[in-house]
Design a protein around this ligand. Structure first.
Ligand SMILES: [Zn+2]
Ligand SMILES: [Zn+2]
Length: 328
């Protein structure tokens, strides 16, 4: 975890002369971490997920645009906003953000992902303010019963996680695709053409003009770097049905609205306790757990952290402004 300022300097991709990347960024910036009500300076849910200069806003609670400005994130680089569900603490910052983007003359398309109804809400706002945004809004309606891949490009996919809550609610799983093999510079002979090096990275051998093998791929390459993953699970009751899907993630963000003292309330409201979030991380063999979406009844969050740590040691509290980076 680093401060926002420190990480902003680090996010640019750097490339070696042989085409291997020396740093591939994967950063999660916490913008809001309060459940239901803002409390003790904590903002409602929102996070900025950045993977290799692809920017996703995950949930957009009230004040999300203020938080983006506070932490010097460029809102115009966000082309995808993923809304888990239509409880106000997860989307009420959206109109403010959209109007600001409009006033700043954004031109890029903005993709919005949510369950049914968000398009009606936004259209009503725009209609009654006689506003036509300077950019195109493209709505993607999430399925409540089916896991879907909602975003995919050559390095990354984002799929939905079916959560258990009072209204349709989905989390999101960010997962890098399998990466190219890495050139082993210590064994690379001189004189290879760029195309031959590109083929090596794809896993092919180096051939001569007659199609005969000159070098076998494994002689000159190293295995790919591992593919990183991040699962965002909020809001949800404890539900083991998601374990297989999120197994082995580098970071699991799981809501922990309550402590063990409010276990009954957690069940009634379809939220989780800190211990349940930790149990989920343990059963899914996550590398790290971040808990958030804290109830306004907890000023001091240390007891929630302690409760979770007793079950899953590698946990951290979500705190506004913290950046969690996943190393490649
Ligand atoms: Zn919530
Ligand atoms: Zn909710």
């Amino acid at each position: 975890m680093t401060s926002v300022r420190a990480h902003l300097a680090e996010t640019a991709q750097q490339t070696l002369p042989d085409g291997n990347f020396i740093r591939m960024s994967f950063n999660i910036t916490i913008l809001g971490t309060s459940g239901a009500l803002p409390a003790y300076g904590r903002f409602p849910s929102s996070q900025l997920v950045e993977v290799e200069n692809r920017y996703f806003l995950v949930d957009c609670g009230e004040g999300a645009q203020m938080q983006l400005m506070r932490y010097q994130a460029n809102m115009h680089r966000i082309n995808h906003i993923l809304i888990t569900h239509l409880h106000g603490d997860h989307y009420l910052g959206l109109m403010g953000l959209i109007f600001t983007m409009h006033l700043l003359r954004r031109t890029n398309d903005l993709h919005l992902y949510s369950h049914r109804g968000l398009d009606e809400i936004i259209t009503a706002h725009l209609k009654h303010s006689h506003s036509i945004p300077s950019f195109k809004i493209i709505y993607h309606q999430l399925e409540k019963d089916t896991i879907e891949t909602v975003y995919e490009d050559d390095i990354l996919s984002v799929e939905t996680i079916l959560l258990t809550h009072k209204i349709p609610c989905t989390g999101f799983l960010f997962r890098e695709k399998i990466k190219p093999r890495r050139i082993d510079k210590t064994r690379l002979p001189g004189g290879l053409r760029l195309q031959q090096i590109a083929n090596l990275k794809k896993g092919d051998d180096v051939l001569d003009s007659n199609g005969e093998v000159i070098y076998r791929n494994e002689e000159l390459t190293l295995p790919p770097r591992r593919s990183r993953s991040y699962a965002y699970c909020s809001d949800t009751a404890y539900d083991e049905r998601i374990i297989d899907q999120i197994r082995g993630v580098d970071i699991l963000y799981h809501e922990a609205t309550f402590g063990a003292d409010e276990q009954v309330k957690a069940r009634e409201t379809q939220h989780s306790t800190a211990a349940q979030a930790a149990e989920m991380a343990r059963k899914a063999a996550a590398q790290k757990l971040i808990i958030g979406h804290f109830s306004a009844r907890y000023k001091d969050l240390a007891p929630l952290a302690d409760e979770a740590r007793a079950i899953f040691p590698n946990i951290e509290l979500a705190v506004e402004g913290n950046v969690f980076s996943i190393a490649d």
